[in-house]
Design a protein around this ligand. Structure first.
Ligand code: 5GP
Length: 125
């Protein structure tokens, strides 16, 4: 895995160098609207620490950071009224998943009936 690039776009958003529409922020995490919405609600949740992707986060963050992060993702979904209607979490990790920003993020997507698991996959499971 290559080193963390402190000039990736999400690092710039954390530092306030690029604007974003914030949904939630504390000292550990930031949630903001994706610039290219895939659904009525499309929020990106990121830790403020320097982690390249999900695998990097799990291997380098401590247990409390990991638990806190995912609990806050759930809290944010709740605050956006998505818990009852349902939502999808996606974390693209690495080239086969077409991860385009090299700072760990979870897409929180909801607000409509979502399609298949991946493009071209219309199976209902
Ligand atoms: P990935 O493809 O890495 O899973 O997701 C990266 C996401 O970041 C994409 O959905 C893309 O629309 C979003 N994104 C890229 N640049 C920006 C930006 O400058 N601002 C915001 N809010 N989202 C961005």
């Amino acid at each position: 895995m290559t080193n963390y690039d402190p000039n990736n776009i999400f690092a710039k958003i954390i530092r306030g160098e690029i604007p974003a529409t914030k949904v939630y922020e504390d000292d550990q995490i930031l949630a903001f609207n994706d610039i290219s919405r895939a659904a009525p609600t499309h929020v990106l949740v990121i830790p403020k620490g320097q982690f390249i992707n999900f695998a990097d986060f799990i291997s380098k963050a401590n247990d409390k950071e990991i638990v806190d992060f995912f609990k806050k993702v759930s809290d944010i979904a709740k605050s956006l009224n998505l818990t009852e209607s349902g939502y999808r979490l996606i974390s693209n990790t690495g080239p086969n998943a077409s991860q385009s920003v090299q700072h760990f993020h979870v897409h929180l997507i909801g607000g409509k009936k979502l399609g298949g698991l991946i493009p071209g996959d219309n199976n209902v499971r």
